[in-house]
Design a protein around this ligand. Structure first.
Ligand code: ATP
Ligand code: MG
Length: 230
């Protein structure tokens, strides 16, 4: 049977350094209850992406542990880990292939109906239908045919289809026009429902929809509160 994670994430005395003499996270503790949306902010080099990478097990801590529902990530079966925790990166990579293939990336068994349902859920269906070949349109390697906002919607559709219990999102910095920003915001809100999320947030509108905002400086959480508090 498949293991069903609830999505509680904890950092327990985590220490991490890329290089021996330079600790990025010193004795880091953080408790993220299942279902909570965290907006992570802080200046460049603060350690936000590093934290995100520890949750997705790009790296392991040198001290302490990152846990999912109390289980050390190192003890999880890689298959369970990949199913439970998905990271969406800034660039929202598109690969050569069709729009449908790009949404189904990581879920090769998904049916067309499931792909369309995911696109509809995050508000990507309309623009996809307006492409010359709809879901069968070839996206070139650099994603040149779709705008930055559309690329984000496609990455949301991909994540929605993957349906992880924990979503990590390194938000794209590209500025969007107001209609696109609104669409992306709506798509994101749908994507966040019923899962734990850690968003490295660049948009004020994203911070506003978080349950909790963490301000990070030099590997330390310097503020922890609701968007209203900050
Ligand atoms: P930004 O807002 O610019 O994305 P960030 O908060 O995500 O910054 P990190 O990328 O986590 O910051 O970087 C934290 C520190 O770790 C920085 O000092 C950075 O130079 C260093 N660092 C990041 N990646 C590596 C790496 N692969 N090897 C060595 N040092 C790294
Ligand atoms: Mg970063």
């Amino acid at each position: 049977d498949l293991w069903e994670a609830k999505g509680a994430v904890r950092f327990d005395g985590v220490e991490f350094a890329y290089k021996k003499d330079r600790v990025i996270l010193p004795e880091f503790d953080l408790d993220i209850p299942s279902g909570q949306t965290i907006a992570l902010v802080g200046s460049t080099g603060a350690g936000k992406s590093t934290l995100a990478k520890l949750v997705s097990r790009f790296y392991d801590p040198s001290q302490g542990a990152v846990t999912l529902d109390g289980i050390d990530l190192r003890q999880l079966h890689p298959k369970d880990l990949r199913r439970a925790i998905v990271m969406v990166t800034q660039e929202a990579y598109l690969f050569s292939g069709t729009v449908a293939e790009n949404i189904a990336l990581g879920n090769p068994d998904a049916s067309r109906e499931e792909i369309v349902a995911a696109a509809k859920a995050v508000g990507a269906h309309e623009f996809i239908e307006s492409l010359p070949g709809g879901y069968d349109t070839d996206v070139n390697k650099r994603g040149g045919r779709v705008s930055a906002g559309q690329r984000q919607l496609l990455s949301f559709a991909r994540a929605f289809l993957a349906d992880p219990v924990v979503l990590i999102l390194d938000e794209a910095t590209a500025s969007l026009d107001i209609p696109s920003e609104r669409l992306v915001q709506e798509g994101l809100t749908t994507l966040l429902a019923d899962r734990t999320a850690i968003i490295i947030a660049h948009r004020l509108s994203t911070v506003a929809i978080a349950d909790r905002v963490l301000v990070m400086e030099h590997g330390i959480i310097v503020e922890d509160g609701t968007p209203r508090d900050l």
